[in-house]
Design a protein around this ligand. Sequence first.
Ligand code: SAH
Length: 418
Amino acid sequence: MDRTRDIAIEVVPDAAAAAPGTASARAPAAASAPSPAKAADGRTNIFDLDRPALERFFEEGLGEKKFRAHQVMKWIHHRYATDFNDMTDLGKALRAKLEERAVVHAPTAMFDKASADGTHKWLLGMDPKNAIETVYIPDKGRGTLCVSSQVGCALNCTFCSTATQGFNRNLSTAEIIGQVWVAARHLGNVPHQQRRLTNVVMMGMGEPLANFDNVVRAMSIMRDDLGYGLANKRVTLSTAGMVPMIDRLAAESDVSLAVSLHAPFDDLRDTLVPLNRKYPIAELMDACVRYALRRKGESVTFEYTLMKGVNDQPEHARALVGLMRDFDRRVQMKDAAKVNLIPFNPFPGTRFERPGDDAIRAFQKQLNNAGMIAPVRRTRGDDIDAACGQLKGQVMDRTRRQAEFRRSLQAGGGDAAA
Ligand code: SAH
């Protein structure tokens, strides 16, 4: 098939590229972590710095010893302090110097809501115009936080409600790790001791690989012992399939990978995940194989949102099994590919529907019969619109996609993005 490779997919550059000159000349370490969240007065937001950057900030920026950086990280991420004056094992002079050069600025919770099933959702204000959502999902023996990487999303997947609101900007490192901080503090999480927060999934709003540097830096704080101490495999990045960035991730990080597949055929996937026109399934699977081969012994998760009459038929299950078997064979590991079935979560105006329970079970059974484990992700936080694809912060919609979507609803056209 003649595949067009030049469709307009807005891949948003990292904040670093988008905002040249925002790095402070006063703090060398900040040069590696420019951020739109930097305090207006030019002070460095400590939340923007991972351990190496914070060590540099202390050594080169403040002329202090490295271990001071470690103390500060513990105060912030283990004890939730944001005021340098509370950091009592730092000398008075250092506290004053920090006050002058830095801030510890977390996102503000505009509201938070608890669901009957224990799911908790926060609406976090990132700046006066933008808010995003973060969701905590407790389950037997674990607590997973679903974290956003962008305000809105530029990828325009036709079955995702975030897509209908357009895209505004990337989140900074501080704004990403700040989501973890807000939730961990609320939960009374104590890393290494009382873990309420055991897993993070980059599955909230946005495409994390389109905001690569900030996401990778935030994930490094999640996995740092001085941060949230999560094992590599407990931090999962989910992507719609940005192939070159999957390779970059393999080279620069070591987290679990989840890929939003949703269809085993290119013509169908083209309509659900437009990014497929740029990086079709074969290329995506090649990148996943390369990723898995670098992380020997670890699986890759393939997310498959089941939509009634669209991708839930026996031929889809059969082709999906074929793709997954081929993946296992190439990685030379049984169950190297894990499938996660997500029943579609409806939102106002969408033309898609969730299949009935029987259809979901039949699809799952077909995968099970082929020897694959394919859990159906239970819908959580339904009553507070916290389920997959329902996260919808407030976005100043520069792409005007929301207006377009509303117009099409009025015209009775269903999904504008289709
Ligand atoms: N951009 C990333 C991460 C965000 S979406 C990605 O595409 O992977 C997190 C998961 O929820 C993805 O698998 C996405 O396809 C799925 N999803 C989006 N909208 C959904 C909906 N309405 N119902 C069920 N799953 C949905």
